[in-house]
Design a protein around this ligand. Structure first.
Ligand code: XMP
Length: 522
């Protein structure tokens, strides 16, 4: 295992994902002076915050110190203890992590004369194992205002850029590496190679593989659950679907999956989910609750109220079913590793009150929660799904908000508007698939504005709705930029929507990034 010590940088989860791409298991933790809380669902058994004595007890192959917004010379900045660097395991410090390593080991870090932000060329000097096979001149991603001015004892410079004389440094005898740039970001052309080199330096066996993870998890679930009864709320999204199939392989008919169709799903989605799950060994209950949700949403225009209503109604429907099923031993949750990390850090401002099925535990009579995906990143969940034989239309499904189309219809939700947005979105998705660009996009969908405008069709005047198309590039959904979709594709989509979807006479494209906009419209 490689331990990623998180100092609050933007790309920290990405570091862990990149390490895992090398088939090496890794966990992200923040360093605390306090006690380490236990989390038995994470391999190390440790919660998100850990202290130095817990680190000493781990069987580690390597440590990565991440970037972060602090300055090492400021009071109260979080710094690793000097003993960390005597553990005998290779350590890679990235950006703030490199500066923290330098500072703690007796070097000097100060504000740089020129801050570097963006793509920068570095020149590698000498032979470093970290840069093995990397071009001498290579482009990296920089984002810093401080820099290393003086190296600690026994360190040598291994790369420099025009404005940063210490773009990388190391103490090769102790396998301590400091890089000012971000190898985890794809803009760093040879970033993957550099991280892969670090994995080799650590001597990792590269045996964290999805087929063995899936087989091990199923057998652990079998042991844990035995003949117990299990309940799963299935949304049709990737996480709950993969969790459900794993459970079905472990306990068969002792698993009951409840799929609530709130009527706010994408076109044909409910039928697709049903068709897939009919093939598995489990009890599948589908609830058609569209009318109930529509009634509750009548006249409501405020986005947060809509979210709340949909969330509460979902719990009410589920509660009714759970009552009929009676007491169960286990409730399945599709929690994935980013949820574990983020809830541990608890630093995000509430812009939108996202609900998944987090409220369910209060309403179901159960003894324990099982979270079979708690260790996995999203792309690993998809891999696990493929391993389990789930079809591609489920496995590669885009993220879809819990309140569904309810928050893609600006203003009041009506049956007519749901149909419009479903049909428009279907056409958009069909054309994106035809153009073969789906994999390049983080998320894309059609939404319905609350705006009617004048148009002309045939010889007549129309006064119809405007549909808006959104497509974003993002790796973490916290920030995103509008995708520059080929004009011909957009043109085809716009023509098809106005011709095929009744009630629409105008199609707009959203060019805004996040921030300042968000990905969804409400
Ligand atoms: P925003 O709109 O906040 O979206 O930029 C970021 C990501 O979160 C999804 N999203 C939601 N997911 N419940 C969810 O489960 C919600 O209420 C919700 N709102 C947004 C959104 O689709 C995007 O992937």
């Amino acid at each position: 295992m490689i331990l990623v010590l998180d100092f609050g940088g933007q790309y920290n989860q990405l570091i862990a994902r990149r390490v895992r791409e090398n088939n090496v298991y890794c966990e992200v933790h923040t360093l605390t002076d306090g006690e380490s809380k236990a989390d038995k669902n994470v391999k190390s058994g440790l919660g998100t915050a850990i202290n130095f004595s817990a680190i000493k007890n781990l069987q580690l192959e390597g440590i990565i110190l991440t970037g972060g917004p602090q300055s090492v010379y400021e009071k109260n900045s979080s710094l690793p203890p000097a003993e960390l660097f005597n553990l005998g395991v290779p350590i890679l410090g990235i950006c703030y992590g490199a500066q923290a390593m330098t500072h703690v080991l007796g070097g000097a870090v100060k504000k740089s004369e020129v801050s570097e932000y963006g793509k920068t060329e570095i020149e590698i000097s000498g032979a470093s194992k970290l840069f093995s096979g990397v071009e001498k001149n290579t482009v990296v991603w920089m984002s810093h205002t401080d820099r290393i001015f003086e190296l600690p004892k026994d360190f040598v410079v291994t790369a420099e850029s025009e404005n940063c004389p210490v773009a990388a440094a190391e103490n090769p005898a102790k396998n301590l590496y400091a890089v000012q740039f971000h190898p985890e970001v794809l803009h760093t052309v040879e970033g993957k190679k550099i991280l892969s080199n670090f994995v080799d330096i650590c001597g990792c066996q590269r045996n964290w593989k999805m087929d063995s993870f899936v087989a091990d998890t199923i057998s652990e679930l079998k042991n844990k659950i035995g003949g117990g009864k299990v309940l799963c709320a299935l949304s049709g999204g990737v996480d709950s679907s993969v969790a459900a199939v794993m459970l079905s392989k472990a306990v068969g008919k002792n698993l009951t999956c409840v799929f609530v169709d709130h009527g706010l799903l994408r076109k044909n989605e409910a039928a697709e989910v049903e068709a897939v799950f009919k093939n598995y060994d489990l009890n599948f209950i589908k609830v058609d609750a569209g009318e109930r949700f529509l009634n509750k949403l009548g006249g409501v225009t405020d986005p947060e109220r809509k979210r709340k209503i949909i969330g509460e109604e979902f719990i009410r429907v589920f509660e009714e079913i759970a009552k009929k099923i009676g007491a169960v031993d286990f409730l399945v949750q599709g929690t994935i590793y980013p949820d574990v990390i983020e809830s541990g850090l608890g630093k995000s401002a509430i812009i939108k009150s996202h609900h998944n099925v987090g409220g369910l535990p209060d309403f179901v009579d159960f003894k324990e929660i099982v979270e079979p995906l708690r260790l996995l990143f999203k792309d690993e969940v998809r891999q696990a799904g493929r391993q389990l034989g789930l079809p591609e239309n489920i496995v590669s499904r885009q993220p879809f908000p819990g309140p569904g189309l309810g928050i893609r219809i600006i203003g009041e939700v009506t049956a007519e508007k749901i149909k419009i947005v479903q049909d428009a979105d279907f056409i958009y998705r069909e054309e994106i698939a035809k153009a073969g660009i789906a994999a390049e996009l983080g998320q894309y969908f059609a939404a319905l504005t609350n705006m009617r405008s004048v148009g002309v069709m045939g010889d007549g005047r129309t006064y119809d709705f405007a549909v808006v198309l959104r497509a974003v590039l993002t790796s973490d959904f916290m920030t995103a930029e509008a995708a520059q979709i080929d004009w011909n594709i957009l043109n085809t989509v716009a023509n098809r929507i106005v011709n095929e979807v009744k009630g629409v006479n105008r199609v707009l494209y959203d060019c805004t990034s996040k921030p300042p906009a968000t990905i969804e419209f409400e």
